[in-house]
Design a protein around this ligand. Sequence first.
Ligand code: MN
Ligand code: MN
Length: 298
Amino acid sequence: MAQESEIEAYRKVGKILAEIRETIRPMVKPGESILRIAETAESLIRERGVKPAFPCNVSVNDIAAHYTPPADADTVIQEGDLVKVDIGAHLDGYIADTAFSVATDQEGELLVQTVEKALQAATEVVKPGVDIGEIGRAVEETATAAGLKPIRNLTGHSLARWTLHAGLSIPNIRGETGQKLQVGDVIALEPFVTSGAGYVEDKREILIYRYLHDRPVRLRMTRELLRDIKRTYNGLPFAERWLAKRMSKLRLKLTLKELVEVGALWPYHVLAERSGKKVAQAENTIIVTEEGCEVTTE
Ligand code: MN
Ligand code: MN
């Protein structure tokens, strides 16, 4: 639960991130490079005196989450693509997390409009004492009414200082959980809707990691990489791309793989919709207040 002094930090970083989101939005169109979108978002975050809370995700079509372009990505947005941009910033560990989707055709447009409606409906439910399953109900009912499905195995989450997922998972489907919101809770609501199966699955690819534990490793280079990751990101997710200048791509992949195998790093596998259908996402960070809630990233 956030104290009043912490609430100010959440508000400040939320406002900055919302402005950056609106600066980035017009970039997201056919012909634009997804790497340029991610790097522009992350540069704007740093220019405003805050830091990325995680790598900028730019996920296209059936890719739902955990995709950030690698340093050598040459993917360009095509006509017909549905693009999700998910950005996060932190001020001294206090996090803002927001996402939007852009459609380039009619099918995608329905998904984008529906997911925005779902986020709106979910936000209206938020107040102290509410079972978080009611948020899921609002998302599911909005998706179903449009003939779509929510992604059942992706959730929103509570936030805490230096912690992106602070323990509470906020469902995108109905059901009583017994977990109730309290004044001072800081949460990210992030509905995902699809015309597909409504489930995501892990792909093999990993582009994002986070520090977990110190572990003994044989090579000095590996030890130094782990030390710098721990110091620089302080447990928040980071991109392989952010380390691309340290060593060759192959060596970096192998080093990160070793650090995952020994339990030093957590790997975020790219998540794709099971049936290969498009996915749309919308997200805001919200503080639960006496009266209901306050959106920090509006
Ligand atoms: Mn997010
Ligand atoms: Mn989130």
